[in-house]
Design a binder for this molecule. Structure first.
Ligand SMILES: C[S@@+](CC[C@H](N)C(=O)[O-])C[C@H]1O[C@@H](n2cnc3c(N)ncnc32)[C@H](O)[C@@H]1O
Length: 205
């Protein structure tokens, strides 16, 4: 008997928790994001731009599923997941999504040099970076902006109450959604947009 979407999502708690027990720093959360949280993430991502969408740290695909439900064609989505079992399950679950088992913190290695991979309409980021020093976080997010189209943004899942990555003048600014209380733990979406002056430069390039 085939299972409903809701049952499948509930069944994800156990593998998620088991993986968290093995490597808590790589997982960052004990449970998949709630439906309300996923909708908030997708609502703020600039998927309305005409271009591919990049998801980093998809886990078992709760955000991927919301992207599809909100009308993003599966062929537009590339999802990079570090955990081999999760990546395998994700590809089975969403056969038309381009699932890559690789490192979302090293896109040079995973996707190739900036000039040789497409520019993305939006990047949805859910990889834990609590252990990373602030300067490295800023350098990492600045590098993601090299892979975004003009007007494209980067949205980040986070439980923090202050921006996990501080703005980099001339590259990107930061804002946030309201907190989603239905998530465990409550979380908000941090939205990184290209700095206005930098935006003009990217559009002219
Ligand atoms: C907090 S979970 C988020 C899962 C899902 N997006 C959600 O919202 O429920 C973090 C995910 O990032 C993955 N991850 C950790 N480090 C990664 C890396 N360097 N590259 C890609 N994925 C990574 C973990 O395996 C895990 O699936």
């Amino acid at each position: 008997m085939s299972r409903s979407k809701g049952e499948r999502t509930q069944g994800d708690w156990l593998p998620f928790l088991a993986t968290w027990v093995r490597s808590p720093l790589k997982m960052g959360a004990v449970a998949p994001s709630s439906r309300g949280y996923c909708r908030m993430m997708v609502k703020h991502a600039t998927t309305d731009l005409d271009g591919p969408v990049l998801e980093l740290g998809p886990g078992l695909g709760v955000v991927t599923r919301t992207l599809l439900e909100q009308g993003v064609a599966p062929e537009r989505i590339t999802s990079i997941e570090y955990d081999r079992d999760f990546a395998k399950k994700l590809q089975q679950r969403f056969p038309k999504v381009n699932v890559i088992h690789g490192d979302g913190l090293d896109l040079e290695k995973t996707l190739g040099p900036v000039g040789q991979s497409p520019k993305y309409a939006a990047i949805l980021f859910a990889i834990p970076i609590v252990n990373m020093p602030q300067a490295r976080r800023q350098a990492l997010f600045s590098s993601y902006f090299e892979r975004l189209m003009p007007g494209g943004n980067l949205t980040q899942l986070s439980y923090m109450v202050t921006p996990p990555v501080r703005p980099v003048p001339g590259v990107f600014s930061v804002s946030s959604s309201r907190r989603v209380w239905s998530n465990i733990p409550p979380a908000r979406v941090w939205i990184y947009s290209r700095d206005r002056a930098a935006e003009k430069g990217a559009a002219a390039a």
